[in-house]
Design a protein around this ligand. Structure first.
Ligand code: ZN
Length: 307
């Protein structure tokens, strides 16, 4: 009898180990200042990540705009505790020690995600601009680096003079895949219709070690402007989405899926937990709106009436 019990115990523990779900990836969302409604959109970003099932989410909120220097001394997120840091921040410069911590975290292999106006931030922080590859506004111009877009099917760095960052009126637009063989885009439709949003254009920056995963044709520039990008920074990985102006822009199954995958990819280098393409993924003709209780709280602007 004894000879049977021991192998049984061993087998049971092996099965129990195999059934233990993999540890969830810890993600930190950073917010606190933005020219967008960050307090309204951070809960949506939290839902995007938590609904994927493979992340736990914490939020670190910086001091408010104009806060005294002492308030900033108490704000020093321990980035290295997390598998990925997602920025919903566009505001005042961070203290030197926080900037250095983020640089070291990402260059040592950490994951960073820039959402929409996070790429407006920190135009004078060179290392941040290398992480995100390109950004807009904040005085960015040809001195910040080339304007990045897709030309003849290839990534193109345009040195032309001009300000960085532009968008026209908000509208739904088609996101066109430029590389369907990346873990973040694998299996997704070549074209999908994104919910009402700003189509960021004329983004400029160092544009080093960057790959454009998707782009959309801008009415403003008539170019294919990048909206999903991946960047290597030291040993770290960065996912940059220009999408997500408002809560109604984020409540898009396409935004959900690509942000989930982008966050898993920066954290692990692959998209395993998020690989399944949702049945309600948008098509080229039809948006797919995610249901989230109490949302959207923001009201999209009405289309301009033709005169
Ligand atoms: Zn915006």
């Amino acid at each position: 009898m004894r000879s049977l019990v021991l192998p049984l115990i061993a087998l049971t523990s092996v099965v129990a180990f195999a059934l233990t779900p993999p540890a969830k990836l810890k993600v930190l969302i950073v917010d606190g200042q933005n020219n967008h409604q960050w307090a309204n959109t951070t809960p949506v970003l939290r839902n995007v990540l938590e609904s994927a099932g493979c992340f736990t989410v914490e939020v670190s909120t910086s001091p408010a705009k104009g806060a005294p220097a002492e308030a900033w001394k108490d704000w020093n997120p321990n980035f290295s505790d997390y598998a990925a840091v997602v920025s919903n921040y566009n505001g005042e410069s961070w203290p030197e020690n926080v900037r250095k911590n983020l640089e070291q975290y990402v260059s040592n292999g950490g994951g960073f995600v820039s959402v929409h106006a996070a790429n407006n931030s920190f135009s004078d922080w060179d290392e941040y601009n290398k992480m995100i590859a390109v950004g807009g506004w904040g005085g960015r111009n040809e001195k910040s680096g080339p304007w990045l877009y897709v030309k003849n099917g290839k990534l193109y760095r345009d040195p032309v003079a001009g300000n960085g960052g532009a968008h026209g009126p908000q509208h739904e637009f088609v996101v066109e895949m430029q590389n369907s063989d990346h873990p973040i885009t694998r299996g997704l439709p070549k074209q999908w219709l994104h919910c009402k949003d700003e189509l960021y254009s004329r983004l400029r920056g160092p544009a080093e070690n960057v790959e454009i995963l998707s782009a959309s044709k801008s009415d403003l520039t008539a170019e294919l402007e990048p909206n999903l990008m991946v960047i290597n920074y030291g040993k770290g990985r960065v996912f940059h989405t220009t999408l997500g102006h408002a809560d109604y822009s984020m409540l898009d199954r396409g935004f959900y899926e690509t942000l989930q995958r982008g966050t898993e990819w920066v954290a692990t280098g692959d998209c395993i937990a998020t690989a399944e393409v949702p049945a309600d993924f948008p098509t080229a003709e039809k948006t797919s709106v995610v249901t989230l209780e109490g949302y959207p709280k923001q009201v999209p602007p009405a289309p301009k009436k033709a005169k």
